[in-house]
Design a protein around this ligand. Sequence first.
Ligand SMILES: Cc1cc2nc3c(=O)[nH]c(=O)nc-3n(C[C@H](O)[C@H](O)[C@H](O)COP(=O)(O)OP(=O)(O)OC[C@H]3O[C@@H](n4cnc5c(N)ncnc54)[C@H](O)[C@@H]3O)c2cc1C
Length: 418
Amino acid sequence: MVNRRQVIVVGSGPSGSSAAFYLARGGVDVLLVDKESWPRDKACGDAQGGVFVTKVYKDMGIYDEALRLRSGGIRGARFSGVKEELATFDNGAEQPGTFLTQRRVIDDLLRRGAINGGADFLENFEVTEIIRERDYAKGVRAIYGGKEVEIRSDIVILANGAHHDLGRPFGIYNDDKDYVFLGARGYFEGVRGLVPGLIEEHYPDEIFYPGGYMWCFVEGEGTANVGVFIPEENLKRGNRRLEDYFTWWRDNTKIGQERLGEARLLGEIKGWRLPTCRKVPDNIYGNGILAVGDAGSHINCYSGAGFEYALQSGYAAARTVIDVLPKGDVSKEVLKAYKDLDASISDPLLKMNTAVRDKLCGDPQTYEEFLSFARSMPNYPHLNQYMAYIAFMTQAKKVDIKAEYGLDLSAMSGGGGH
Ligand SMILES: Cc1cc2nc3c(=O)[nH]c(=O)nc-3n(C[C@H](O)[C@H](O)[C@H](O)COP(=O)(O)OP(=O)(O)OC[C@H]3O[C@@H](n4cnc5c(N)ncnc54)[C@H](O)[C@@H]3O)c2cc1C
């Protein structure tokens, strides 16, 4: 095993695979490692979408295979609040670049895309520590093949997801109680009332505000990925375990009863942590180290979506490293360019979602106002949910989203998925 590389990427989820692929394509010597045997599972709603998802799949040459492997695309969404009256946003046709694909499948395709692009890969390689010398990251220590190993590098990219602790010595960690969520999902069969192509998010109790919900994403005939997403603080207040929300929803709500009343769980319910953010966070870089994806809290605080941001941050990290490496300076001051590039790509949509969290799903009553406002819009239900969000905030709530959130709508792209 080579014990010196230019870059080591820790974690081969979407963020790590994206970073490793663009680095290898840029001629950088890169080693991608993951502690699991692949393919591995990941608790997720399995929804992917947005301009960047298409870009990465196309750049990697996996777009057609990703289309073939998905269970479906996304045409729109249905939402409900405490009154359990649905609002539907049906674009009429499938939104380009949207995918519902189990993560065991799509993450493996991305990982293979990175390898085919030129990255070296080791599985069952568990990083235990980032080597730190004079406050610079200098490589990793790990358990591999039952032994302790050390590989040195010029830069380490942390892509090890939401449960990570490795970045703490460099100040890279998010434990902001208002923005850390917990989520869990199960695959169910016999789910009633779903419409193929329309994903569903339900906010039936005040415990879900702001920014938490029960979801149902159709997988196939009567089968769905069903889940719960809830702020950690609310979960504590609710005095219920995360997995109890499935039976609670079924037994206490009309829509939950319809969806899960006769449904059967396939396999097990799996939970995970979601460190979310309002905009790209500041603490995602240090001397010789960058954090991408969930390791850098790239999850939006309204919907819990992080897949596209994982790909975006991996791309931004790789672009920065390709520029910086030949100059021989990997100090924090120089690597700040990563955060700036990442923010220029990711912030418009993150800020949009933050505005939605603040102005529309902060409390049950405002959310009901939004749903009835949307139902009264011209062309309803054939409209995009983001158009409805903007109309509600600017017309009904008189929010100046440019002044308050720095949101320039003309600079926004993406918005597929959820
Ligand atoms: C319940 C739930 C539902 C969600 N639904 C959606 C959704 O529908 N759409 C969406 O866009 N987002 C969703 N998200 C968020 C999304 O799953 C994440 O944002 C995304 O997986 C981030 O990718 P990542 O590559 O940063 O991390 P991960 O996908 O978590 O990958 C991290 C990798 O690092 C590896 N690793 C960890 N520690 C080490 C170590 N010490 N050494 C080596 N390897 C290590 C892990 O094995 C793993 O493969 C959801 C999250 C949850 C919890």
